[in-house]
Design a protein around this ligand. Structure first.
Ligand SMILES: Nc1nc2c(c(=O)[nH]1)N[C@H]1C(S)=C(S)[C@@H](COP(=O)(O)OP(=O)(O)OC[C@H]3O[C@@H](n4cnc5c(=O)[nH]c(N)nc54)[C@H](O)[C@@H]3O)O[C@H]1N2
Ligand SMILES: Nc1nc2c(c(=O)[nH]1)N[C@H]1C(S)=C(S)[C@@H](COP(=O)(O)OP(=O)(O)OC[C@H]3O[C@@H](n4cnc5c(=O)[nH]c(N)nc54)[C@H](O)[C@@H]3O)O[C@H]1N2
Ligand code: SF4
Ligand SMILES: [Mo]
Length: 890
């Protein structure tokens, strides 16, 4: 038979669709009839990762497959064909614009689109519809970094490259949990010799590996870097030549920092003075310093200033544009940079040009458009406000899930419900935002898409397709060009392949852009404007600018000390530190911080499909300092409610000294689709930075209380029943629930107020009463099984969730044939284990036992158990366990 089967194994080099490290991936597809199966590995030739992948990248193959995908357009809940969908959309957009003007429509895009998708969306709105209303989830992510680079350097131009992290003597990670969020870069840093300083209010996997951890008061970073600037001046660590020849505005900036003596800074930042001095001294002595910063800095109502406070210290020491030195804003999404390049932010026009009359004219001539937008559009928070108050009447949301990720998310969802036309294109059928859509459009996704992305070091890489799109899914750029054509702009959108778009984008970057001359633009990839399709397909990763002066790309910017400001000099920006706008009060006495977990990506629409990625953490846990827990009568593992004036979050309490008293931490990943009251962002006030419009996400004022639970239940069912169960969950009076996808079905974890009649409920949930039932009553709970020819439903209940059985064993009963004595399934299941190493499936328990046996290093644990030997993402946690147990033993 094997001879008759047609096997074809093909290897494609592409780029990981998750974080901004931008690792190269090789995907191998086996086509066997209609079925496609892929395997992935790190691309050894890619300069970002040289063959390594983190745990999310390694699990990419497991996230593929048709199940859960949006396969056909849906208009108001009903499937329809593409012609009717596009016809409807074009008519609605045209009518809205005719009646209310171009500013009554908007696009809300994403740093997860490819550059080619992004380019045409931006061109359609800003060039042809004639409105600036294109904004992107990068507003929530990178916009303060962009605003600060522009203020200081005259352009949104990241000076550094990844090799700088290896050449540095000191890397200062500010508001970054890179061990989990940029794992491969973090591994590169660790393999090199730099000292690591971590500035973060809480202890994290990153601080675990640091030489020095400054657990500062939330939001106090601006003062810290002002204090540093003053100190550098006091100890004569300034580069006076550089300041004199290449910068402006130094003395005023130093004056403003003048009040920040070490004593005052230490007090404001909540740090011991000797720790602060250790950091200051280290910084002043380390010529090769990289500041590596992310959301702990950006997601702040004064994020732009904080970014500038960091950049000031680099300019003052001349540590920019040199190997191993620079202010390195690290991007989150795989193509946040590409979005910035095309002008995806509402205040940018295109190709790094903003809305000056000269630029509007220039881009208008290039696009041959007479209907250019003539002013910036609305930034994300304002854009959703305009949807709420009816100014915007039609919005198209692409590749982002704002009903989960925007501040005051509940209100955003309600605004979308009210909006006359909401179009959502997504690869996945059921998301919180998709539930608000009038029209749902099925998009292709990673593996199917073809185009380019730019990573954190300005490196443009190809994402190449290796799978056939399922159902009727279409590429985002095609859908956008279709709409443009139907709206009458076909001529300007007659692309037949992503390379056509890329060439135009490259040509625009070089259009009237005179390299090196005053007024020229940093973003210039004009050397790529004539790529043939073959050359595009073979394009090797390259760092912009790529132009006639730098045909092979550019590793590092500003080596010549010339900047993109009018004077050619970098600008110091005086910074007056401000504390968070969301204050702690008697009623809301705690600060809620939020961020990422190691194994999940954002709202889990993709990583949530890989079962093993849920082993590390399968539910929203709220981290609480034991002192706070005691004060608010919360026990470890208990369900709690966190409330702000805007909304409520539920989760399981995890008591930990990693959090300081007065501060909580919750993961951002869960949504209403996956759990009950699980959106952190629903609690956030929509307050933003005045320059960038980026929301303050990291300090939300909240209160905490425990939730009484009568009993817990694990409920396992097949996929067919999922819809009925979701319906029941939306109406049932439960304390909490969350859902875990498993092979062939779902597991629901329920926290109950009372014991239901499981058999009656089960029959309702399965929609049938012809099944066999088995029941087992135990001291701590009951167990139920419903089966026909296979297991259809399993329910295990208990007074404490810790006594519920091992979930993996439970799940396996869906995959296995029914045993001869089905009642067996209700017995002999041990309680569950928490996985630390997802790749090699090594649990916390196993590691602890090995440590207790005397295995005493991360390496020897790896040799014995295998943990940490594949992607290495769990090494910081293993080190943490070693340290914790050593402390307990001492
Ligand atoms: N595993 C995983 N990796 C990801 C993502 C993911 O979803 N999952 N998403 C990607 C994206 S889009 C982004 S933007 C990046 C984000 O990458 P990071 O910014 O590294 O991630 P976060 O967890 O949001 O926050 C980083 C840290 O900021 C700290 N912080 C909070 N308040 C303050 C403060 O006032 N000062 C300082 N100095 N620190 C503070 C938090 O405690 C947290 O540890 O991650 C990318 N990588
Ligand atoms: N409280 C709090 N809130 C936050 C943050 C925080 O730290 N704290 N971080 C913020 C940050 S930095 C970010 S980046 C955002 C992220 O938040 P979002 O962008 O809202 O989250 P994602 O889950 O990445 O949404 C991407 C969507 O696009 C879909 N998709 C994937 N590929 C494609 C494709 O090729 N085409 C189309 N059309 N769709 C596709 C996915 O299925 C998913 O539904 O969250 C922000 N919100
Ligand atoms: S570090 Fe991990 S998530 Fe980020 S690009 Fe590399 S493999 Fe993907
Ligand atoms: Mo982000």
């Amino acid at each position: 038979m094997a001879l008759l089967e047609h096997f074809r194994a093909q290897k494609t080099c592409t780029t990981c669709p998750y974080c901004g490290v931008g690792c190269g991936v090789t995907a191998t597809v086996k086509n066997r009839g209609d079925e496609q199966a892929a395997s992935v590995a790190g691309d050894e030739q890619h300069p970002a990762n040289a063959g390594r992948l983190c745990v999310k990248g390694s699990a990419l193959a497991e996230t593929l497959g048709e199940h859960g995908r949006l396969l056909r357009p849906r208009l108001r809940g009903r499937e329809c064909d593409w012609d009717s969908a596009m016809d409807f959309m074009a008519r609605q957009f045209k009518r809205t614009i005719a009646e209310h003007g171009p500013d009554s429509v908007a696009f809300y895009l994403s740093g997860q689109l490819l550059t080619e998708d992004y380019y045409v969306a931006n061109k359609l709105m800003k060039g042809f519809i004639g409105s600036g209303n294109v904004d992107t989830n990068s507003r929530l992510c990178m916009s303060s970094a962009v605003a600060a680079y522009k203020r200081a350097l005259g352009a949104d131009a990241v000076p550094c490259c990844y090799e700088d992290l290896e050449e540095a003597e000191l890397v200062v990670l500010v508001g970054s949990n890179a061990a989990w969020t940029h794992p491969i870069l973090f591994q590169r840093m660790q393999a090199a010799n730099a000292k690591l300083v971590v500035i973060d209010p809480r202890a994290s996997a990153t601080s675990e590996m640091a030489d020095l951890h400054l657990a500062i008061t939330p939001g106090s970073d601006g003062a810290l870097f002002n204090g540093l600037l003053r100190f550098l001046s006091e100890v004569n660590s300034l580069d006076r030549e550089f300041i004199k020849n290449h910068t402006e505005n130094f003395s005023q900036t130093l004056d403003t920092a003048g009040e920040w003596t070490p004593e005052k800074t230490a007090e404001y930042c909540g740090l011991p003075l000797d720790q602060l001095m250790e950091f200051f001294t280290l910084f002043s002595h380390s010529e090769k310093t990289i500041s590596f910063y992310s959301q702990g800095i950006n997601q702040s109502s004064s994020g732009t200033d904080k970014n500038n406070a960091i950049i000031n210290c680099h300019l003052a020491t001349g540590r920019i544009g040199k190997p191993g030195a620079g202010p390195f804003s690290i991007t989150g999404q795989p193509n946040a940079m590409g979005g910035r390049e095309v002008g995806g932010l509402a205040n940018m026009l295109a190709a790094h040009m903003d809305f000056t009359p000269e630029n509007i004219d220039r881009v208008g001539r290039f696009w041959r458009s007479g209907s250019m937008a003539n002013k910036p559009g609305l930034k994300a928070v304002d854009l959703f406000r305009a949807i709420e108050n009816g100014e915007i009447k039609a919005v198209w949301i692409m590749a982002t899930n704002p009903a989960v990720s925007m501040p005051d998310a509940g209100r955003v969802a309600r605004a979308l419900e009210k909006c006359p036309l909401v179009v959502v294109s997504d690869c996945v059928a059921d998301t919180d935002t998709a539930r608000c859509a009038d029209l749902l459009l099925p998009a292709t996704t990673w593996g199917e898409k073809n185009g380019t992305v730019t990573n954190s070091e300005r490196r443009i890489s190809r994402q190449r397709s290796f799978l056939t799109p399922p159902g009727e899914a279409r590429h985002d750029w095609q859908i956008i060009c279709d709409l443009a054509t139907q709206m009458g702009f076909g001529e300007a959108f007659a692309y037949t392949h992503p390379v056509d778009i890329f060439r135009e984008h490259a040509a625009l970057s070089g259009f009237e852009n005179q390299t090196g001359k005053p007024g020229s633009r940093a973003f210039d990839i004009s050397a790529l404007e004539n790529l043939s399709r073959r050359e595009y397909d073979q394009l090797q990763p390259v760092q912009w600018p790529v132009n006639s002066a730098n045909p092979e790309g550019t590793q590092r910017l500003f080596a010549d000390g010339r900047f993109y400001t009018a004077s050619g000099r970098a600008q110091f920006v005086p910074v007056q530190p401000r504390s968070p706008e969301q204050k702690r009060s008697a009623e809301y006495p705690l600060w809620l911080n939020s961020g990422r977990l190691r194994d999940q990506w954002h709202t889990m629409t993709r990583t949530g499909r890989a079962r093993k990625l849920l082993d590390h953490s399968e539910l929203p846990e709220i981290q609480i300092n034991p002192r706070d827990a005691k004060h608010w009568h919360v026990d470890d593992g208990q369900l709690v409610e966190v409330r702000s004036p805007r909304g409520t979050l539920c989760g399981r309490a995890a008591l930990t000294g990693a959090q300081k008293a007065g501060e909580l931490f919750a993961p951002i990943h869960w949504s209403e689709t996956l759990a009950y009251r699980a959106r952190v962002s629903a609690l956030a006030e929509p307050v933003t930075d005045p320059y960038s419009g980026q929301p303050e996400f990291k300090q939300l004022s909240v209160q905490l209380k425990p939730l009484p639970v009568h009993s817990y239940a694990s409920l396992l069912c097949r996929r067919e029943s999922a819809e009925r169960i979701q319906q029941w969950l939306s109406e049932a009076d439960l304390v909490h629930w969350y859902r875990v996808p498993c092979n062939d079905g779902y597991r629901y974890e329920l926290a109950l107020r009372e014991t239901p009649d499981w058999r009656a409920l089960g029959e309702q949930l399965l929609g049938r009463n012809d099944l066999h039932w088995q029941q087992l009553r135990l001291l701590q709970g009951e167990r139920w099984l419903a089966y026909g020819r296979q297991v259809d439903l399993l329910v295990f209940t208990g007074g404490d969730w810790r006594t519920l059985p091992d979930r993996q064993v439970l799940e396996s009963s869906l995959e296995q044939p029914l045993p001869e004595a089905p009642a067996q399934l209700l017995q002999n299941i041990p309680p569950g284990a928490q996985m630390v190493c997802s790749c090699m499936q090594v649990s916390r328990q196993q590691i602890q036992e090995a440590i207790e046996r005397g295995v005493d290093s991360v390496e020897s644990l790896g040799e014995e158990l295998g943990c940490g030997t594949n992607c290495g993402s769990c090494k910081p946690e293993i080190a943490g366990l070693l340290r914790k147990l050593a402390e307990q033993a001492a």
